[in-house]
Design a protein around this ligand. Structure first.
Ligand code: IMP
Length: 430
């Protein structure tokens, strides 16, 4: 029995919610290990829709322990609001069922403001962020000036920490022509947040270690996707954390040996939100059709997502980088009824054919997709629960994708309904 890591294998929004929900039912502990409330996971359970941004998906299931690991950046106000929203829906979170790492970094209003300010500045430098302060909070973390969850328990010791953070931020604010922030304003924000979040704060690495030793099943829930990884993604058009599977170990404090199976989630086509290269993007009628049929609007920001064909080159690459054991292919039904379907099998760069996503920003913007065309299918895959329910041509498509990305397809999702899934391999039993 293996602990499972679930990661996005494209640019996020691969439909992790449904898969994570299904797996979380089998898990004892669900851990978030990176990102923050920039993520948007929609869960539909017994007809009730829950929208989660920061909380692990296990929170909506009784008897699960939910952990926000040290690799996450935590906006204390967003956390308190999300807990309150769930309470209104009848889901009561307690300090026994939710734990937040004491060494996780805080997102404060200064980070949110800076994020929005940068995004509003000159065209060309815009990343298309969620404006939630994620990037600036991670910058403070690696800049060693962040304030962390545990600091909230020692308000009298915050003075020098606030000063260190403000010496950086006020210099930036002067540059932007903004009024400086006062020490008192930050202290006030922190002291008002403290009572809301402190009850949940704990040394979660230790708790996870105990649970792992006791044989509990742990599900590591990734957010965003591998192509948004700060090292391996389409830099600089990425998020500010490592979104690939290795981060599950660092971002939870449980060593890599605790990871048994890595499940990558990929759509049967591709989408991305925000700026940045997207070799298989379709700005034509087919792109619009994919967006409409796939309901491709951001959960967090409501922005329409850019849509395109499946990029098997990028997917093969992210499979390697995350050590993916199996892919959950989602939203196959969105391709129903197309006469033909294209899959990117190589790129052309300055007259050369290449088989990987190059690292440089310039090269990434110049690559052109080389497509293989596959015949579409007339029947519906929507609602299929076994291979026998799929049109033969749809099976061919899935098998061809498997070959091209050189990674097994562990499951295929054919609608948002949980039961509409073709299971090839159960990650927890693999
Ligand atoms: P940030 O994470 O808000 O800094 O945004 C950086 C980039 O990551 C932008 O292109 C966002 O659109 C993208 N991004 C962040 N979170 C998600 C997500 O959950 N799904 C898809 N894209 C995301």
């Amino acid at each position: 029995m293996a602990n499972v890591v679930v990661v996005g294998a494209q640019w996020g929004d691969e439909g992790k919610g449904k898969i994570v929900d299904w797996l979380s039912e089998k898990a004892d502990v669900v851990v978030r290990f990176q990102g923050g409330h920039n993520a948007g996971h929609t869960l539909v359970i017994d007809g009730v829709t829950y929208k989660l941004s920061l909380l692990p998906s296990g929170v909506v299931r009784p008897g699960k322990l939910s952990i926000i690991g040290n690799g996450v950046v935590v906006d204390p106000h967003a956390l308190a609001d999300e807990i309150a929203r769930l309470k209104e829906q009848g889901v009561e979170l307690t300090p026994e069922t939710l734990k937040v790492a004491d060494n996780a970094t805080l997102i404060l209003s200064v980070h949110r403001e800076l994020d929005a300010l940068r995004e509003g500045s000159t065209e060309g430098t815009r990343i298309g962020t969620t404006k939630r302060g994620i990037g600036p909070a991670y910058e403070d973390k690696v800049g060693r000036r962040a304030i962390r969850l545990r600091d909230l328990a020692n308000l009298p010791t915050l003075g020098p920490k606030i000063d260190r953070m403000l010496s950086h931020h006020n210099a930036l604010r002067r540059g932007f022509g903004l009024p400086e922030l006062t020490h008192e304003a930050i202290y006030e924000e922190l002291s008002s947040a403290a009572p809301k979040v402190l009850p949940y704060v704990e040394a979660t690495w230790e708790l996870l270690d105990e649970r792992a030793r006791a044989g509990d099943r742990i599900l590591f829930e990734g957010a965003q996707g591998a192509l948004l990884d700060v090292d391996h993604g389409t830099y600089p058009f990425v998020t500010s954390s490592n979104t690939t599977a290795g981060q599950a170990a660092t971002g939870s404090g449980l060593g890599p040996r605790a990871i048994g199976y890595v499940l990558g989630i990929a759509k049967a086509y591709t989408t991305r939100v925000g700026e940045g290269p997207f070799p298989t993007e379709l700005t034509d009628e087919i792109g619009r059709r994919l967006g409409e049929r796939g309901h491709e609007f951001g959960t967090v920001t409501g922005r329409p997502r850019r849509c395109g064909w499946l990029d098997a080159v990028a997917l093969r690459q992210t499979g390697r980088i995350s050590g993916i054991d199996g892919i959950a292919l989602t939203k196959l039904d969105v391709l129903d009824g197309l006469d033909e379907i294209k899959v990117c099998v190589a790129y052309e760069l300055d007259g050369q054919t290449i088989n990987r996503l190059p690292a440089s920003q310039g090269a990434q913007s110049r690559i052109r997709p080389v497509y293989e065309t596959i015949e579409g299918w007339k029947g519906a895959t929507a609602g299929a629960r076994s291979w026998a329910d799929l049109p033969a041509q749809a099976v061919k498509y899935v098998r061809r994708v498997e070959e091209l990305i050189d990674c097994p397809i562990a499951l295929v999702s054919t609608s948002p309904e949980r039961a509409d899934t073709i299971l090839v391999a159960d990650p927890f039993e693999d």
